[in-house]
Design a protein around this ligand. Structure first.
Ligand SMILES: NC(=O)c1ccc[n+]([C@@H]2O[C@H](COP(=O)([O-])OP(=O)(O)OC[C@H]3O[C@@H](n4cnc5c(N)ncnc54)[C@H](O)[C@@H]3O)[C@@H](O)[C@H]2O)c1
Length: 277
């Protein structure tokens, strides 16, 4: 019994105030729900946070006094400062931040967007970098800055296997065989790798101030992709499958909790083994 008690305390997240960005997306909804279930007060930020979005994403949870769904654009400092002011007024200074909002080029984007590197539009590069890289920088400044003033907090930057190794263009061979000129574009990969050193920078910068900063590198998540893509992807993963959307909740809870109290500036890889061979 005593052991159980100790373990419970180690991972206890009750009453933590956690900000999740991109909270209405596939993974953001999972993180919001599971953190709420663990007793956190969750400030769920996304571009659109009207009643309809709340209901669709969170159902009955939308009425919980421990869920605050706020409209905020991670690329705009004023928008983040407004969100912080609202959270502080309702609950106090956040103690957790999950930098989850992200942009990727969808597989059905324009030919230019998913075309050869040589003609990849610089406007697309800017758009992706703005959200994936600068957005995380701004959230760290605004929310992380508040945590550092209070002397406590844990920040998690969501990265991708494509920020550690290059996208494997052979996964998309079936599209090229079908006559398309399809390449997984460069900006997503470059933006995600920028977060790895932002994580190290801030982990050391805030090393003595009680704010821990870590990255998580995730593999692809199943989301009804084209069966030909799935077959190729599965062949490249030692575990032979994509992740389920709920399989990243554990690592998020771990890094926010006291179980990770000596961990900062680090990167935890959860990818079914993708980067292991
Ligand atoms: N799904 C995967 O296979 C996978 C794999 C590895 C890493 N990731 C990373 O996990 C995170 C979540 O991915 P997802 O698949 O849930 O994405 P998603 O597209 O389902 O959700 C992203 C969310 O971010 C929001 N968003 C976009 N721009 C924003 C802005 N400027 N301000 C605030 N919110 C904004 C969107 O509205 C959306 O709700 C991303 O950072 C992604 O790169 C995903």
């Amino acid at each position: 019994m005593a052991e159980t008690g100790r373990t419970d305390k180690l991972f206890d997240l009750r009453d933590r105030i956690v900000v999740v960005t991109g909270a209405l997306g596939q993974l953001g909804r999972e993180f919001t729900r599971s953190l709420h279930e663990s007793g956190c007060r969750v400030a769920a930020l996304d571009l659109h946070a009207g009643d309809e979005e709340r209901r669709t994403a969170f159902g009955e949870l939308a009425d919980s006094s421990r869920l605050l769904l706020l409209e905020a654009d991670v690329t705009r400092r004023e928008s983040l400062e407004l969100a912080l002011a609202r959270i502080e007024k309702e609950w106090g200074t956040p103690t957790g931040l999950v930098n989850n909002a992200g942009l990727d080029s969808p597989p059905d984007a324009s030919g230019l967007e998913n075309g050869p590197f040589e003609t990849y539009p610089d406007a697309s590069w800017d758009r992706v970098m703005e959200v994936n890289s600068k957005g995380v920088f701004l959230c760290c400044q605004v929310f992380g800055g508040a945590m550092a003033r209070e002397g406590a907090g844990s920040i998690i930057n969501i990265c991708s296997i494509y920020g550690v190794v290059s996208p494997n263009q052979s996964l998309y061979e079936y599209r090229r065989e079908g006559g398309e000129t399809f390449f997984k574009p460069v900006a997503y990969a470059a933006s995600k790798s920028s977060l790895l050193n932002l994580t190290r920078y801030l982990g050391t910068y805030w090393g003595r101030s009680g704010v821990r900063v870590n990255a998580v590198t995730f593999g692809g998540v199943f989301n009804e992709q084209d069966p030909r893509f799935l077959e190729n992807y599965h062949g490249h993963v030692p575990m032979g499958r994509m992740a389920r959307a709920d399989e990243y909740n554990g690592v998020i809870q771990f890094l926010l909790s006291d179980a990770a109290s000596y961990m900062t500036g680090s990167n935890l890889t959860v990818d079914g083994g993708w980067t292991a061979w």
